[in-house]
Design a protein around this ligand. Structure first.
Ligand code: WTA
Length: 624
């Protein structure tokens, strides 16, 4: 397949346009990353680029002293007329915060946090919707060396409590409520429930957003705006490997894993890739549509864009409220230049009539989070991008902190739905289970052969899982991504999907094991298998196959309720099927056989009880 080259106009103004960057990075790997690192400000330089003596616990920029907030805020604060954050609420309210105002407010919150007892090394949970205050809270934590733990606002109280407990958070910043599809959601109530379940939160700070009635616990709860003082707080001089944040993500276990990221290595990685891949410059307005509560929001909604000194746009609510045109309204209204989104949203806008909008400010589109189908790719490139601007398809993970595979827009020709190549400074391969490189177009396991600055420090409190999940299949020097992929004869890569029990719903990782555990806690359930079925809009949808002593509507409702309560609305099952038994091989439940039966109408030959799936092959789409 021939690739599509970006326009000359784009190439001439791109941050990276010399193809020698690839060879330079592989010949002089350390210098390549150190050059980016030197564009940031360090209080003290590092004495070693990488310490790999305790592999697979890799430490970058060893000895370096840095502060992420200083690099994202103070460095640009002199530009008093420059917007750092553009915020739009679902109800149409909007707020523009300059770098100077951001500097002031981050300082004010930092000193308030200190007065409440937050110190270097404290853990501060943020249970907040996409508000400017959420970015301010992240940066204030970074400023004083507290580690932030962002909990996506859509998660249930139980999910939040798990994250508070696992991270041992002592402080919580939340909001009274927020708007979603025109409805007011009482977040404080969920936050209170989570605090009660965990029991160890000392102080709660509440942002006034929706002005809904909430109850405040005396001595524990404080209004955000009442706390702000006029004092400045100098940024802490932090070790490069000081934990900046913990981000929870699903893996092939029942419990989410707390991925811990460093300060220096992480910031260098997101800064470098914001420049190389998203081509960000200080003049840009980037709209990263992901919620701040996911890694994409952290890396390319906050730390990357602000480290570059660009403007980041935050939108509070549902992108299709009041209708899907909201997306184009926002791009047009603010003159968004870089639109970084997920295929689920792209599939929703695919086919919209955009002839009435002036979207000419757009100069780059990015996609992330799940495989994109060629049809949606073509719409994004051909219609939204008018075949004039590059579309980068970025592959990475919570664990990698920033981009790993992508086109470099001015250099790598685009091939529909491909994720391009490994970025300079990163080496990947596609290998079989025995570790042998597969041939072009053959599917194998995607691995990263060398550590890189954005790689996580560890899984919070779980050394053995960290080693087991990522560094056991191919040893301590080769990172196993959990994704399968193939490469064409020119080295361009396509992602096929996960190889483990994790599915991707609208770009969000959901663990099938976690789901099954939640369902098994319902008394009438004997057995359950959760399977991801293909879904045109969301990528995957959850189907549950259930053996129950009391099959029927009542139990189905209990299941849906339980999942929403334990995990959140994101995991809402699209299909619940009661079945007398589940397919097995050697005693083990075979989820793959259920998928084969429902989607491909085939009875897998390895199933020891074929009757169990026979019926499922006859399931009609209307039953689903
Ligand atoms: C998937 C999101 C195809 C992949 C940044 C990966 C993708 C998981 C792409 C990580 C892409 C991410 N094309 N699949 N461009 N980007 N993925 O941790 O399966 O939420 O392992 O990080 O999303 O999801 P996570």
């Amino acid at each position: 397949m021939k690739g599509i080259y970006p326009s000359k106009e784009f190439v001439l103004s791109a941050n990276v346009r010399d193809p020698a960057i690839y060879s330079r990075a592989s010949e002089n790997w350390i210098e390549f990353w150190e050059d980016f690192a030197r564009e940031l400000e360090w209080f003290e330089p590092w004495y070693s680029f990488l310490d790999d003596s305790r592999a697979p616990f890799y430490r970058f920029f060893v000895g370096g002293k840095i502060n992420a907030c200083y690099n994202c805020v103070d460095r640009h604060a002199e530009k008093k007329n420059k917007a750092a954050i553009i915020w739009e609420g679902e109800n149409g309210e909007s707020r523009i915060i300059t770098y100077y105002q951001l500097y002031r407010e981050v300082n004010a919150l930092s000193s308030a946090l200190k007065e409440l007892g937050v110190k270097q090394g404290s853990k501060v949970a943020l249970y907040l919707p996409n508000l400017a205050e959420a970015v301010i809270a992240m940066l204030a934590c970074a400023r004083i060396g507290a580690t932030h733990i962002y909990i996506f606002e859509g998660f249930s109280a139980k999910s939040a409590a798990y994250r508070l407990k696992d991270s041992r958070a002592e402080f919580l910043i939340t909001a009274d409520g927020y708007f979603r599809r025109g409805r007011l959601i009482n977040l404080k109530e969920k936050a209170d429930e989570a605090c009660d379940e965990y029991g160890k939160i000392k102080k709660v700070i509440v942002v006034r957003r929706a002005k809904n009635e909430v109850s405040m616990v005396e001595d524990r709860d404080h209004w955000y705006h009442d706390l702000l003082s006029k004092k400045n707080t100098s940024p802490e001089v932090l070790d490069s490997n000081h934990p900046l944040f913990i981000m929870y993500t699903s893996g092939s276990t029942a419990e989410p894993k707390g991925i811990v990221h460093s300060t220096g290595g992480y910031l260098v990685h997101v800064y470098a890739t914001s420049k190389m891949v998203l081509d960000l410059k200080p003049d840009d307005i980037i709209w990263t549509t992901a919620s701040l509560g996911w890694i994409t929001g952290h890396s390319y909604g906050v730390y990357g864009p602000l480290a570059v000194g660009a403007t980041t746009l935050l939108y509070e609510g549902a992108p299709d409220h009041p209708d899907i045109c909201r997306i184009f309204d926002i791009i047009e209204k603010y003159g968004v230049t870089v639109f970084y989104t997920v295929p689920t949203l792209a599939r929703m806008i695919n086919g919209c009539d955009i002839s009435g909008y002036d979207l000419s400010s757009l100069r780059l589109i990015g996609s992330v989070g799940e495989p994109i189908d060629p049809e949606t790719w073509s719409w994004l490139y051909g219609e939204l991008g008018r075949k004039k601007i590059p579309l980068v398809n970025t592959w990475w993970q919570t664990e990698t902190g920033g981009h790993v595979l992508s086109q470099i827009p001015a250099l790598t020709p685009m091939k529909p739905a491909s994720v391009g190549k490994a970025l300079p400074g990163i080496e990947v391969d596609i290998i079989d289970d025995g570790g042998k490189k597969v041939k072009p177009f053959e599917i194998g396991n995607l691995v990263i052969k060398k550590p890189f600055p954005g790689i996580m420090l560890e899984i919070n409190g779980d050394t053995s899982s960290y080693i087991k999940f990522y560094w056991t299949k191919y040893g301590k020097r080769v990172y196993f991504t959990g994704d399968s992929a193939y490469m064409d004869d020119e080295g361009h890569i396509w992602i096929v999907g996960r190889v483990d029990d994790v599915i991707n719903i609208s770009g969000h990782r959901v663990s099938l094991i976690e789901l099954e555990h939640a369902v098994m806690e319902i008394p009438d359930i004997r057995e359950v298998a959760a399977v991801g079925l293909p879904d045109r809009v969301k990528g995957s949808a959850i189907a549950l196959f259930v053996v129950s002593s009391n099959p029927g509507k009542e139990v189905a409702e209990k299941i849906t309720e339980k999942i929403e309560r334990d995990i959140g609305k994101i995991a809402h099952p699209a299909l619940i099927v009661f079945t007398p038994e589940l397919p097995r091989a050697g005693g083990k439940i075979l989820r793959r056989a259920i998928y084969e039966a429902v989607v491909n109408k085939k009875v897998s030959s390895v199933v020891s009880n074929p009757d169990s799936v026979e019926k499922l092959t006859k399931l009609k789409p209307s039953d689903r």
